[in-house]
Design a protein around this ligand. Structure first.
Ligand SMILES: [Fe+2]
Length: 287
């Protein structure tokens, strides 16, 4: 069956049908899939049946896998794939990482130097209600940004730091994040990124910002930086700009973290648990 494409939203997201990712794709199909990934930023492929090893092979076809630090949630024998969700072990301990990071708009690459990262979630279990994932395009956000805001961010740099995000989570809800020791905090260095960027593959301009990690924007005070970040994220995430993905078991969804923001819904699921198998790869965009 030839592969086919269906846009999911005018700004972001495409559904691809006719792919079986448990086997190597024909070269021209893989090429088409990569082109769609860049063009639409978010790719949805439903009806898959993937073992963690098969998913890891697909992750590797995009780039160098990043191994999650949360070893306790690695799938046994497949460290490239981590469990994310609210499932529990028989003794009541978590069997997956309950990602409270998830229910805020963010990019998974903001605490890194390498912004071209693909996140791949494969749905193993999903509740009847809750657990949707929302996406927006940062290229579209830049294109539609009012001229005065474009002028305010031209040539600026944004400093992201994971500690800022962790502090935010702790302040919001005790227990929502792990308090970090001074040694752990020291590991998370500031990452300085150009706020306005040209995507290395699509050539589209975008603004790269992951709100809860923002420390400062160059040329602005801390307070001004936070206000500017708020305006930029508010613009990017206007309801009409959002593609909301309702998960089905067997969905594989992957996205370009430079070109999009995503947000999960709060983890108050109804009618079942949520379990995703998550992989991530650094993508080389230089060829
Ligand atoms: Fe994320």
């Amino acid at each position: 069956m030839p592969i086919s494409f269906e846009s999911l939203h005018p700004d972001v997201g495409v559904q691809i049908s006719g792919c079986d990712l448990s086997r190597a794709l024909p070269e021209q199909d893989f090429k088409a899939l990569v082109e769609a990934y860049y063009r639409y930023s978010v790719v949805v492929i439903r009806g898959q049946s993937l073992t963690p090893i098969q998913q890891a092979v697909f992750v590797r076809s995009f780039g160098t896998p990043k191994i999650s630090q949360r070893k306790e949630f690695h799938v046994a024998g497949v460290p490239e794939i981590g469990r994310v969700g609210n499932v529990k072990n028989p003794d009541g301990t978590p069997a997956a990482f309950l990602d409270r990071y998830g229910d805020l708009w963010h990019s998974d690459t903001a605490s890194d130097d390498h912004l071209d990262g693909v996140t791949m979630l494969y749905c193993v279990e999903t509740p009847k209600v809750g657990g949707d994932t929302c996406f927006v395009s940062l290229s579209k956000a830049y294109e539609t940004l009012p001229a005065d805001l474009k002028a305010r961010i031209a040539g600026r740099q944004v400093t992201h730091n994971f500690n800022k995000h962790n502090d935010y989570l702790l302040a919001r809800n005790q227990g929502a994040a792990k308090p970090l020791s001074p040694a752990d905090r020291a590991k998370w260095e500031d990452r300085v990124h150009d706020l306005v960027q040209t995507h290395p593959v699509t050539g589209r301009q975008l603004y790269f910002i992951s709100p809860t990690l923002v420390k400062t924007i160059s040329g602005y005070t801390e307070v001004e930086s936070q206000e500017l970040a708020r305006l930029l994220v508010e613009h990017a995430t206007r309801p009409e700009s959002v593609y909301r993905h309702k998960w089905q078991v067997g969905d594989l969804v992957f996205w370009d973290n430079r070109a999009s923001l995503h947000s999960a819904s709060p983890a108050n699921y109804v009618g079942g648990n949520r379990l995703m198998h998550r992989g991530y790869a650094y993508v080389d965009t230089t060829h």
